[in-house]
Design a binder for this molecule. Structure first.
Ligand SMILES: [Mg+2]
Length: 227
C-alpha cells in the first residue's frame, strides 16, 4: 500500500533559489576586466567543488570561502594572495552575491498550492545553517519551512547520506514513505532521498537529462501532478 505524501522537502540552491545566476553576476562584478566566460565557468566549478568538500567535513565554511577566493585569484594570475586579501575579496563578493538572492519564479506559486492541499514543508541543504536560513528569509519562504530546516553542518551528515534525510523525517515526525524530496542534483538529491526511503524527485531545470530510476520534472509547476 502506498503511503500518502504528507510533506515535501526541498533542496535550496538551484532548486528554490537561483544560486548560480547570483554567484555569476557577483563574480563578474568583482573581476570586471577578466574574461567573463572563463569567470563564469570556473567560479561555478570552484564553488561546487569547494562546497562539496566543506559538506564532506574537509574544511570549515570560512576556510572553503578563503580557499575558493585564492584558487580563482591564482588562475587569474595572482598566485600570492594571503588570507587577508582572500577574506577581503570574499567579503566584497558576498555583499554582491547576497544582493542577487532571489527565488525562481515557480517557487511561491507551488508553495501556495501545496499549502492549500495541507502539505507540510521542509528544507534539506548541504550548507551552513545561518546562511541558508538567511537565503530562505530573503526569498520569502522561511516562515513556511521554519520548523524543518535541516542543514548538513548542523546534523553532521550531508546529502546523499541517508542520515540527513532521516533527520528531516524525524523533525517532521513522519515515516520516510510519507515524505518527498525535490532537488536539482540527480545523485545528491533524488537518488539520495530514494535510497533513504523517501520519494526522490529530480528537478532538471536545464531540461537536458534523463533518468529511468527517479521521477524527473523540469519546473516546480509540474510537481503537484506527481503527488
Ligand atoms: Mg541544489
Amino acid at each position: 500500500m502506498t503511503t500518502p505524501t504528507a510533506a515535501v522537502l526541498f533542496d535550496l540552491d538551484g532548486t528554490l533559489m537561483d544560486h548560480s545566476t547570483a554567484a555569476v553576476r557577483a563574480v563578474l562584478e568583482c573581476w570586471p576586466d577578466e574574461d567573463p566566460a572563463f569567470l563564469e565557468r570556473r567560479w561555478v566549478e570552484l564553488t561546487e567543488s569547494y562546497v562539496e568538500r566543506y559538506a564532506a567535513g574537509e574544511m570549515s565554511f570560512a576556510e572553503q570561502r578563503r580557499r575558493r577566493a585564492k584558487a580563482l585569484a591564482r588562475e587569474l594570475g595572482r598566485p600570492d594572495w594571503d588570507d587577508a586579501q582572500a577574506d577581503a575579496w570574499f567579503a566584497g563578493y558576498l555583499t554582491r552575491y547576497q544582493g542577487y538572492w532571489a527565488a525562481f519564479p515557480d517557487v511561491l506559486p507551488l508553495f501556495e498550492e501545496l499549502a492549500a492541499r495541507g502539505l507540510r514543508f521542509g528544507i534539506v541543504t548541504n550548507g551552513d545553517g545561518a546562511q541558508q536560513r538567511a537565503k530562505l528569509e530573503r526569498i520569502g519562504v522561511l516562515a513556511r519551512v521554519a520548523d524543518c530546516v535541516i542543514a548538513s553542518a548542523e546534523v553532521g551528515a550531508a546529502k546523499p547520506e541517508a542520515a540527513i534525510f532521516a533527520a528531516a523525517c524525524a523533525r517532521l515526525g513522519l515515516p520516510a514513505g510519507a515524505v518527498l524530496h525535490v532537488g536539482d542534483l540527480l545523485d545528491t538529491d533524488a537518488r539520495g532521498a530514494a535510497a533513504a526511503g523517501l520519494t526522490g524527485i529530480w528537478l532538471d531545470r536545464p531540461g537536458t537529462g534523463a533518468a529511468a530510476d527517479v521521477p524527473r520534472i523540469t519546473t516546480l509547476a509540474d510537481l503537484p501532478a506527481l503527488l
